[in-house]
Design a protein around this ligand. Structure first.
Ligand code: GAP
Length: 516
């Protein structure tokens, strides 16, 4: 699958009201997206399907909807405040900002070649390197040769330059403040009082950090932590017996340095996470269970199940506390990318919150009459990444034969349960009582809570194409025969086959198809 498909999906998303760039009329905000009328339906359908299959269809899983802003100590306990950071570097030649741990690896002392888009940029870089670093390179067209890699072990991933800033730690959590104290006011007072005089570098930073930290709170970077923090309340109020799970879905925020591939990696996104608490010793079995259950879940909505795979983490990828971790990956147009992680987190998180909060978080087994801290299996999925996966999975261009020859139709073969509009009701012409009849049918769907759409604009062929493009699985057409014998045409999006059904049975028929 090529990058071309990605461009087509992005263009369709804008043209048909799935996803828009945030604040577009102001030039857009980096990596922020708005889900339009069809996108919000698709995202909700996906998240509702997750909730139905993870919570409603399971006796031992309950839900939670926690606040996005939590006590700052939560993030100290979870390690996000100290460790949720990436080593960040600026290339002093092309100005690219990149993660040191994602840079191109080059041995210390190796010869490196710098590449630029054109000769002009190469000339500018040649002069800059000579002026700023006193290094004379040789230019050959768009390349500069003669540079040597330093002891960092990497070069700029864009131009190949070894001329870089120091690595800086960059916290991925969005910080804001809560309460009546204005942190900027506090800082101004401290400056006025001379408290910062003579400080520089990390001392100055540390002092500012201390002053502003008093009122600092953070937007959650994952939904998971609230489920550990509320373990006691949920277990006791619902009298839950281990093994049981707590599920939560909603917004998370990460100040990502690299935002990429449309909604794949953005700063504001939605997650669907579940913490499954089990007795130590049973964790391996539950880990295997959830790995397979989650893989099956994604594949059941896919046209191409082979585009999903389970990949075990390499030992160097594994978080220090995790006993095991698998990623469910999807084959995006640019290659395999993570969609969900399933981790055996042991008792690490609960134990951390016990330590930081001083609270007793444990489970009493009434049968075995013993107390213990449960282990946790965590399937953590990206909802917005799921939307992108299913848009790519569903996008299809097909050659079709028409009266004038052949044509190409664009179809979004979305699973009917995910499709934004379930059924379009189309009067063949805007006369002879057909619009009125069509409105009656639409109303019957509304009564049943099925998202139906009345559509009378343009010729019937054009309307079918429009609904193919937005993934509407079925179209019902009211025509002259309807007015005579009470039948309507049911057209299938994928096969384009049409059959006549009784208007009386239309709602039931579509409901049956949706259930299948
Ligand atoms: N509680 C564990 C956790 O949050 P994660 O692998 O960091 O694990 C889980 O996130 C899922 O959330 C990922 O597999 C991915 O689908 C999604 N995700 C993470 N960061 C994202 C981002 N910046 N934009 C969109 N989705 C993201």
């Amino acid at each position: 699958m090529s990058d071309d498909v990605m461009q087509k999906v992005i263009s369709l998303c804008k043209r048909r009201g799935f996803v828009f760039q945030s604040s577009e009329i102001y030039g857009g905000l980096r990596s922020a997206y708005d889900y339009g009328p069809l996108g919000v339906e698709l995202k909700r359908n996906l998240m509702n399907a997750w909730w139905r299959d993870m919570v409603h269809r399971r006796e031992n899983v309950v839900g939670l909807d926690a606040s996005i802003v939590m006590h700052p100590r939560v993030w100290e306990a979870s390690g996000h405040l100290a460790g949720f950071s990436d080593p960040l570097v600026d290339c002093k030649v092309c100005k690219e900002r990149f993660r040191a741990d994602h840079a191109t690896v080059v041995e210390n002392g190796a010869d490196v070649t710098l590449h630029f888009a054109d000769k002009g940029r190469a000339k500018t870089a040649l002069a800059l390197i000579s002026d700023q670093f006193g290094v004379e390179l040789e230019r050959r067209g768009k390349e500069l040769i003669g540079a040597t890699a330093g002891d960092r072990g990497y070069v700029c991933p864009v131009c190949g330059s070894p001329f870089m800033s120091e690595e800086r730690q960059f916290n991925l959590m969005f910080r804001t403040s809560m309460g009546p104290v204005d942190p900027m006011g506090r800082l101004a007072n401290a400056i006025e009082a001379g408290e910062l005089d003579g400080l520089s570098g990390s001392d100055l930073r540390g002092c500012i950090d201390r002053i502003t930290k008093e009122s600092a709170v953070y937007l959650r970077p994952e939904t998971a932590q609230a489920m550990f923090v509320q373990f006691n309340n949920i277990q006791q109020s619902m009298a839950l017996k281990v093994p049981f799970g707590i599920a939560q879905m909603g917004k998370s925020f990460r100040n990502e340095i690299t935002v990429e591939h449309f909604i794949f990696r953005s700063c504001e996104f939605e997650q669907m996470e579940m913490e499954f608490f089990c007795e130590p010793g049973t964790d391996d079995t539950w880990f295997e269970y959830w790995k397979q259950a989650r893989m099956d879940w994604w594949q059941k909505f896919a046209n191409h199940p082979e585009s999903f795979r389970l990949r075990p983490h390499e030992p160097e990828e594994l978080a220090h506390y995790a006993k095991g971790c698998y990623d469910i990956e999807y084959l995006y147009p640019w290659g395999w990318g993570e969609l969900e992680g399933i981790a055996n987190r042991t008792d690490y998180d609960l134990k951390k919150h016990i330590k930081y909060s001083g609270s007793k978080i444990e489970y009493f087994d009434p049968v075995e009459r013993k107390r213990y801290t449960p282990f946790v299996i965590e399937p953590a999925a990206g909802a917005t990444r799921g939307v992108l996966s299913f848009l790519v999975d569903a996008y299809c261009e097909e050659e079709v034969v028409t009266q004038k020859g052949t044509d190409v139709r664009t179809v979004l073969k979305l699973h009917p349960q995910l499709a934004p509009i379930k059924v379009a009701v189309l009067p063949l012409v805007k006369k002879n009582g057909m619009p009125e009849k069509a409105r009656e049918v639409v109303e019957a769907f509304f009564q049943r809570g099925v998202n139906a759409k009345y559509d009378a604009q343009h010729a019937i062929g054009k309307r079918y194409r429009r609904h193919d493009e937005i993934g509407t699985p079925w179209c019902l057409t009211i025509d002259g025969q309807t007015m005579e014998d009470g039948t309507i045409t049911l057209r299938d999006r994928d096969t384009m086959e049409q059959r006549r059904i009784s208007i009386e049975n239309a709602v039931q028929e579509i409901e049956n198809l949706l259930r299948d």
